[in-house]
Design a binder for this molecule. Structure first.
Ligand code: NAI
Length: 210
């Protein structure tokens, strides 16, 4: 049955992956059922917050029973769109680009790195865990000929906007940006930034309070 989908705020959306992570962990630890109180304690949220979050998607769980862990995990899996296969390519086959290609965890949820692209002749032609590194000049042709759902940008920040413009011109609608720059995109293109240094600086700021 299709669930009613209400407006979902940014804050709720940002919590969904955390629910998914916790539920996946509970399921692999053999936990079948959890009360809203226990789930809230584990996650550091209030039970009412959790109910409100789930109500955005029509609500889950039953009064007096709590939540069936596997069912709830599956619901959130669907909400997050993890039912889809998402092929992605990585631009910039340096330290970070290679680390993404080497990590097998994303594939378990349907995110598969199909190719890397670089300008460095020493990297072009190599393969990282069997994934080819192509010349950046082949980017447009590759996107035209293959199903590419998203692009990860792992180049120096000076090149990130240019690359974003290029892949958007090829019809790409989803960009996972690791370069430390906020790239400008049209409204129909989604960018998810992973600015690791922001997180590191926040940690440093909070260390001052210790
Ligand atoms: P890196 O220097 O090892 O790799 C960058 C790669 O991009 C190089 O192989 C270079 O040849 C390639 N490149 C440069 N211009 C290009 C272009 N126009 N088209 C295609 N490829 C191009 O750098 P690293 O460490 O992998 O970092 C990549 C990006 O991620 C940087 O913007 C960096 O600030 C950011 N970053 C990296 C982190 C890390 O832990 N390595 C952490 C956080 C952010």
């Amino acid at each position: 049955m299709a669930r009613e989908k209400n407006y979902v705020s940014e804050a709720v959306m940002r919590r969904m992956p955390k629910y998914y992570r916790y539920l996946t962990d509970m399921e692999s630890n053999g936990i079948e059922r959890i009360s809203s109180k226990e789930l809230s304690q584990r996650m550091g949220l209030t039970a009412s917050q959790i109910r409100q979050d789930f109500n955005c998607f029509g609500g889950f769980g039953q009064q007096g029973y709590g939540y069936n862990v596997s069912e709830l995990r599956q619901e959130i899996h669907n909400i997050l769109g993890l039912t889809n296969d998402n092929n992605f390519i990585v631009i910039g086959a340096g330290n970070l680009g290679q680390a993404l290609a080497n990590y097998t965890g994303f594939e378990k949820e349907g995110f598969t790195v199909k190719a890397l692209f670089d300008i460095n002749p020493r990297l072009i032609g190599l393969s990282i865990r069997g994934i080819p590194v192509y010349d950046i000049d082949e980017l447009e042709t590759h996107i035209a000929r293959n199903q590419v759902h998203m692009v990860a940008i792992c180049t120096p920040k000076e090149k990130a906007q240019e690359i974003a413009d290029k892949v958007i011109g090829c019809g790409i609608k989803a960009i996972w940006n690791f370069a430390a720059i906020d790239i400008a995109t049209p409204p129909d293109v989604i960018v998810e930034n992973v600015h690791l240094s922001d997180s590191l600086y926040t940690l440093s700021f909070r260390m001052n309070d210790l």
